[in-house]
Design a protein around this ligand. Structure first.
Ligand SMILES: Cc1cc2nc3c(=O)[nH]c(=O)nc-3n(C[C@H](O)[C@H](O)[C@H](O)COP(=O)(O)OP(=O)(O)OC[C@H]3O[C@@H](n4cnc5c(N)ncnc54)[C@H](O)[C@@H]3O)c2cc1C
Length: 399
């Protein structure tokens, strides 16, 4: 496609997408396949530059966007098993899901989405950072402002730029309230004795070297032979309700505690013994709260991590953001009004929030929020959580 003339006031793109992670690529494919002109601006030099989630439960959306059998073809490992370890790993709860989680390599997944987006005629601009939406005097978003300079005009802008989205902030998202400090590590030399996913619950006050550290969960996901993904998510939202007892940790404090846990935590340290770090970084997971509505500024919608659209029970955002992106593209391809006005915004938000996946994400947030307050806020101590460990069984239907 000759795209040189697109993106001007006279000839705006149908859709301008900020970010080429899973949600941006999915929205691009779904919209372009429906005949819309699409441009994706990505601040990095290539799509989805940093690996984030690398496990999913199969869903028809993967076949729709990636092709029949693609997820199986990149599967490194699949497991239905889950093991939850109570504080100090004193008790364990084993659970078997009805369907397996598929473990894959982020790069292969992103690469296929990118190829399919190119195949659908999506235009990419790399090294192109979106700094804000261009809002007209009528309050409608007409495109984006770029760094280091320049503007691109579009009928609709989709913020798919993740947990620190500038378009999200402009739409009123407070990322301080929805992002949770998270460490991700990929390791080799892993020799675990359990093939399923393991979780370790850390309660407030149980670490003598960090008595004011908030509750957290460590995860260990075995991958192809001798490899694993591991890391930790810190529940800073619960910490706010325990404000006299714990602090919101800095990045340095989170990494310090993480390194101590790797060295000295029952069972987890055993699993980590002899492993070699292949990749490790600190990030944030927008998994404390769903930001609503998806469209606050007419013509500018938030998709995926930019709105915390993640299934809170497992921090899973890939499948949900792909589904959300496809539902959004479906609406945009059918919208009959010539421009964004209040009735169209209301119809868009209703279309999105009435969808099955939206209602599911909202419900899981509500239930997990209650559970976290109960376990980490009210029962709170390691002793109390160990005594009430059976309560965790109530959550298993959400897994
Ligand atoms: C450690 C960790 C483990 C996870 N594990 C799982 C898992 O096992 N299963 C699962 O389903 N989910 C998991 N998730 C969540 C999942 O990775 C995210 O929900 C998913 O990546 C969201 O996709 P996204 O496209 O909305 O955002 P992102 O993947 O964050 O992509 C955002 C894109 O926007 C670009 N960008 C950012 N700012 C700008 C800008 N201003 N201008 C232009 N481009 C910009 C970025 O470079 C990036 O390419 C995990 C997340 C983390 C952090």
């Amino acid at each position: 496609m000759d795209d040189t003339a697109y993106g001007t006031t006279n000839r705006p793109w149908d859709i301008l997408i900020s970010g080429s992670g899973p949600s941006g690529l999915a929205a691009g494919i779904a919209a372009a396949r429906r005949g819309m002109t699409v441009c994706i601006c990505e601040k990095a030099a290539h799509p989805g530059p940093m690996p984030r989630g690398e496990t999913v439960h199969d869903h028809p959306i993967f076949t729709e966007l990636l092709g029949e059998g693609f997820m199986e073809s990149i599967s490194l490992h699949a497991t239905e098993k889950r093991r939850y370890n109570s504080p100090c790993s004193l008790k364990q709860l084993d659970f078997v899901r009805s369907t397996p989680s598929i473990v894959f390599r982020w790069e292969e997944f992103i690469c296929r989405l990118y190829e399919n987006a190119l195949g659908a005629d999506v235009t990419f601009r790399f090294g192109c950072k979106v700094v804000s939406g261009l809002i007209g005097e009528d309050g409608v978003c007409r495109g984006v402002e770029l760094s280091p300079g320049g503007r691109i005009y579009a009928r609709t802008v989709l913020a798919c730029d993740g947990h620190g989205s500038s378009l999200g902030r402009q739409s009123g998202v407070c990322y301080g309230h929805i992002n949770l400090p998270t460490v991700k590590r990929l390791a080799s030399g892993f020799n675990g004795d359990y093939p399923g996913f393991e979780f370790f619950f850390i309660t407030q006050g149980m670490l003598d070297y960090a008595p004011r550290f908030p509750p957290a969960v460590i995860f260990v996901f075995p991958r192809e032979s001798g490899h694993c993904e591991t890391g930790m998510t810190v529940f800073t939202r619960v910490a706010e309700s325990l404000c006299k007892k714990c602090d919101i940790p800095s990045r340095e404090e989170t990494l310090r505690v993480w390194k101590r846990l790797v060295l000295d935590y029952p069972r987890f340290s055993e699993l980590m013994k002899g492993t070699k770090i292949e990749l490790e970084y600190y990030t944030e997971l927008p998994n404390a709260k769903l930001h609503e509505p998806p469209m606050a500024i007419p013509g500018l919608a938030l998709i995926g991590d930019s709105a915390g659209f993640i299934e809170a029970s497992g921090g899973s955002g890939i499948s949900s953001s792909l589904q959300e992106a496809a539902i959004c593209a479906e609406f945009l391809s059918q919208a009959d009004a010539p421009a964004w006005d209040e009735p169209l915004v209301q119809r868009f938000n209703k279309h999105m929030t009435d969808s099955g996946i939206y209602r599911h994400i909202r419900k899981v947030y509500r239930l997990i929020g209650i559970f976290q307050q109960l376990f980490f806020g009210i029962v709170r101590t390691a002793k109390g959580v160990n005594r009430n460990w059976w309560l965790l069984k109530l959550l298993m239907p959400l897994q």
